[in-house]
Design a protein around this ligand. Sequence first.
Ligand SMILES: [Zn+2]
Length: 210
Amino acid sequence: MTKQTLAQTIDEDTYVYLLDLQREWKRTLPKLRDHDALKLFPEAKVCIREKIREWEGVRDKFSESIKTRLQELREYDDEFSKWFWKEWLKHTDGSQLMGAERHIKRLKWLLYSKNKQTSDKGRITQSDIEYAGSVPLEELVDVQLRTGGKTLFGLCPFHEERSPSFHIYPEQNRWHCFGCGESGDSITFIQLRQGLGFIEAVKYLTGLSV
Ligand SMILES: [Zn+2]
């Protein structure tokens, strides 16, 4: 006996209507950033250190294999093979390595800002500024991003546009919009996006109360 699906028990119009509702519901689900999620599930804090270690393991694994493969490449005589396999390495192990690095950065940031809240209040330090600047932009940018080569891109949050010209360079953690010419790092992004001053933006990013 097979289970009847919803589509078989109701008429088609109702089914289409339900699909629409479902799509609408998914669209309006709040997008949780790491920090918001951590407020909701504070017990998750204990697993962050564990996750950092896991990602560090992944990072080490891929950086080892990249090293080995680069050594192997030296044996090749023809330039084309060298170029081809280097490119291939960039898009396979290289991008895995970069992904792991990003996760480590993101999780360390979460831990850091959590500790910050309990230590000092008010004054910001040079290390706060450095840390704020290293907060991964992908975590802050509230528009949909697509991957294109070494960059991520999407519609610019600072001006109206139809084709995406807002780019993020995760390796440098910088952003640039080719449409309106705005650019910067995490701090400038938050300054512009939230209408905050420099110090307020640093406090926002390090999790210090604003
Ligand atoms: Zn723009």
